[in-house]
Design a protein around this ligand. Structure first.
Ligand code: ZN
Ligand code: ZN
Length: 160
């Protein structure tokens, strides 16, 4: 079960991501294949973004043979269902820890030291306002995505 978020705070549910994601896959008419389950499980266990290659390596370590192209295709599917987010700063993928209403793609805080990703809820009005500026410049907005590099609380706690 993913936990509903309160405005401005992030509540992380570590368990249940995999089963909930599988339920969503089924509900949307996707087959639950072993590679999909493996990708979801690996992402469920990691709070740091993982590259498609790292995911591929873990699957290989489990004794399965899935090519990287398949891993990318699975990640694209999961991304389109808002189950995972792509982190541009580190070119990795993380499981979405927020509830089902998290459709934006997305606002993330990436720790500059440990790489851990925390999801942030920024009022959509603010993001939409940038679209007005884009429109004024003659652009057609396609995707607004915000990533913030910052040192996380546990890294700040660590003695230097
Ligand atoms: Zn999310
Ligand atoms: Zn950190």
């Amino acid at each position: 079960m993913r936990v509903r978020r309160k405005r401005g705070t992030i509540q992380v549910a570590q368990t249940g991501f995999e089963s909930e994601a599988l339920a969503i896959l089924k509900q949307k008419g996707f087959r639950v294949t072993l590679p999909r389950v493996q990708v979801l499980r690996i992402l469920a266990l990691s709070h740091k973004p993982m590259t498609a290659y790292a995911i591929h390596q873990e699957i290989a370590a489990m004794g399965s043979s899935v090519d990287v192209v398949t891993v990318y295709r699975i990640l694209d599917t999961l991304k389109s269902l808002h189950l995972v987010h792509h982190v541009g700063l580190t070119d990795g993928y993380v499981a979405c820890r927020l509830d089902d209403t998290h459709e934006s793609d997305s606002e993330l805080i990436v720790c500059s030291d440990c790489g851990k990703v925390t999801e942030l809820e920024i009022p959509q009005e603010i993001l939409l306002r940038s679209n007005d500026q884009l429109a004024a410049l003659g652009f057609e907005p396609k995707l607004t995505k915000l990533e913030i590099l910052a040192k996380c609380p546990s890294c700040l706690d660590e003695p230097a």
